[in-house]
Design a protein around this ligand. Structure first.
Ligand code: SF4
Length: 397
C-alpha cells in the first residue's frame, strides 16, 4: 500500500492541501552522497531542501502547544545520553499520581495547550519490584495499563489530546492506546544495532534494538495510527547509518502512509550522563541531516527541536523543517531540562522574520485529523471540537 491509497491515514488533495502529486524523494545513494558533500555544497543542499519544503507546505511552520507529562521516570533501559531516567532509589525518581497528571493537564489547558505529551520510561516494572508495588497501589497491572487510564482521564476531563510515547508497543497496545489518543510516537533513533555494544550509546538498553523499534512503527502503520518517529544524531552512528535510519522510516511511510512527523534530534552533552565527554554534532552536520531528510521525504512533516539548537535555532528553518514540535508554556523539557523551550513570542518572531507564519497544530497533524476523527467515541468528539476548518488547533492564538 502506498501513502496515496485510500486506506492510508493521510488525507490528500483536499481544498486546503497545497501539495503537488509528485513526492518521489532521492535514492539512498544520492542521500549518502549529499551526506558526504563538502561545506561549499551546503548552501545548494539547503536551497533544494527549502524549495521542497515550500512545495509541501508553503509559508507555514507549525508547532504544538503542549504540556509534558513525565508519567514515570523509572526505566529499564540505560541509554548513555539520558538524564531523564532514574532507578527507584535515586533522588528525583517519581511516578505521577492521577491527581498530579490532571493538575498539569488542567494548568496547560488554561494556557491554550492542546497536547498532553506522555513521556515515560520503558516497562520499568520488568526490572524494578518498587514499580510493581507502585502500580499495585494505583490499581494497575502494568505501566501501559496505567498510561492508558491516564490518557483516558485527560481526554475525559480536559480539552487536551494525549500523545503517548511509552517505548516499544505490541500490536495489542497500539490498538488500545489508539482508542484514547489520536497519534503516538516512538523514536527510531538509529538503524545501527552496533550501538548496543558495550560502551556504546545503547549499551544496556535492550529496547533500543532497531529491529524491535521498526516492528512497533510498522505495526502502527498496519493499524493506520498516525505516528511520530525520528533519528537522534551524534550518538556514535555514521553518516550512512543516518541515511539508513531515514530510509527505513521512509520505506514504512511509503508502505503504510502513517508517518505524520520525522524528528531530527541532535545529541547534546549533559553533566552527569555516561556520554558527557562525547562531541556534539556541529550545526553544519545538523543542517545537512535535516536537508537530506527533506530530500528523502519531500512530503513528510520534518521537525527539529529549537531548544536543542539555541541560540540561533531559526537556522534550522533553512534546512527544510516545517515544524518546531511541542512547545510548552508551562512544563520544562524533562528530557533536556537544562535547555528551556523558547518563549512562544520569541518563536513566533523568529519564524516570522524568516518569512513564515507560525500556526498551532494538534498533536495529530492536519492531514491525519480526518482519519483519527473516524474512530468512535470520546476521541472523535474531542478531535471535532479541537480542530479548525484547516485541521489546525481551533481558536489557537
Ligand atoms: S532515553 Fe528513554 S529508553 Fe533510554 S534510558 Fe532514557 S527513558 Fe529509558
Amino acid at each position: 500500500m502506498h501513502a496515496d491509497t485510500p486506506s492510508s491515514p493521510k488525507s490528500r488533495g483536499g481544498a486546503d492541501d497545497p501539495r503537488p502529486a509528485s513526492s518521489a524523494g532521492i535514492s539512498r545513494e544520492e542521500a549518502c552522497s549529499w551526506m558526504g558533500s563538502s561545506p561549499e555544497e551546503l548552501p545548494r543542499l539547503l536551497t533544494r531542501a527549502g524549495e521542497l519544503r515550500s512545495q509541501f507546505k508553503a509559508g507555514v511552520i507549525s508547532y504544538s502547544r503542549k504540556v509534558f507529562i513525565p508519567l514515570t521516570n523509572l526505566c529499564r533501559d540505560y541509554c548513555g545520553y539520558c538524564t531523564f531516567r532514574r532507578d527507584p532509589a535515586q533522588p528525583g525518581a517519581h511516578t505521577m499520581t492521577p491527581d498530579e497528571v490532571l493538575a498539569v493537564a488542567r494548568a496547560g489547558e488554561t494556557l491554550g495547550c492542546r497536547e498532553a505529551l506522555f513521556s515515560l520510561g520503558d516497562k520499568p516494572e520488568l526490572l524494578f519490584p518498587e514499580m510493581r508495588e507502585t502500580l499495585r497501589r494505583l490499581g494497575y497491572r502494568s505501566t501501559l495499563h496505567y498510561l492508558e487510564a491516564m490518557c483516558e482521564l485527560v481526554l475525559r476531563e480536559t480539552r487536551l489530546l494525549p500523545h503517548p510515547n511509552p517505548g516499544l508497543m505490541s500490536a495489542e497496545w497500539i490498538r488500545r492506546l489508539a482508542k484514547v489518543s489520536p497519534s503516538m510516537g516512538l523514536m527510531l533513533e538509529t538503524a545501527n544495532r552496533a550501538l548496543l555494544a558495550p560502551g556504546a550509546a545503547h549499551d544496556r538498553a535492550p529496547d533500543k534494538l532497531p529491529a524491535k523499534r521498526l516492528r512497533t512503527i510498522e505495526e502502527a502503520g498496519k493499524q493506520g495510527v498516525p505516528f511520530t518517529t525520528g533519528v537522534l544524531i551524534g550518538i556514535g552512528e555514521s553518516a550512512e547509518d543516518r541515511v539508513d535510519a531515514l530510509v527505513a522510516i521512509r520505506d514504512l511511510d511509503r508502505r503504510y502512509g502513517h508517518i505524520q512527523e520525522v524528528i531530527i534530534q541532535n545529541f547534546r552533552v549533559k553533566g552527569e550522563i555516561p556520554m558527557r565527554h562525547w562531541p556534539e554534532p556541529g550545526r553544519a552536520e545538523m543542517l545537512k541531516t535535516i536537508a537530506v531528510a527533506r530530500l528523502l521525504m519531500p512530503e513528510v512533516n520534518l521537525q527539529a527541536p529549537p531548544n536543542l539548537s539555541d541560540p540561533d535555532y531559526e537556522e534550522l528553518l533553512d534546512a527544510g523543517i516545517n515544524d518546531w514540535g511541542g512547545i510548552s508554556p508551562l512544563t520544562p523539557d524533562y528530557i533536556n531540562p537544562e535547555r528551556p523551550w523558547p518563549h512562544l513570542e520569541d518563536l513566533e518572531g523568529r519564524t516570522r522574520a524568516k518569512g513564515f507564519e507560525l500556526r498551532q497544530r494538534l498533536p495529530v497533524y492536519p492531514e491525519f485529523v480526518e482519519h483519527a476523527a473516524g474512530r468512535p467515541g470520546l476521541l472523535a468528539e474531542r478531535l471535532a471540537s479541537a480542530a479548525d476548518d484547516h485541521r489546525y488547533a481551533r481558536g489557537a492564538a
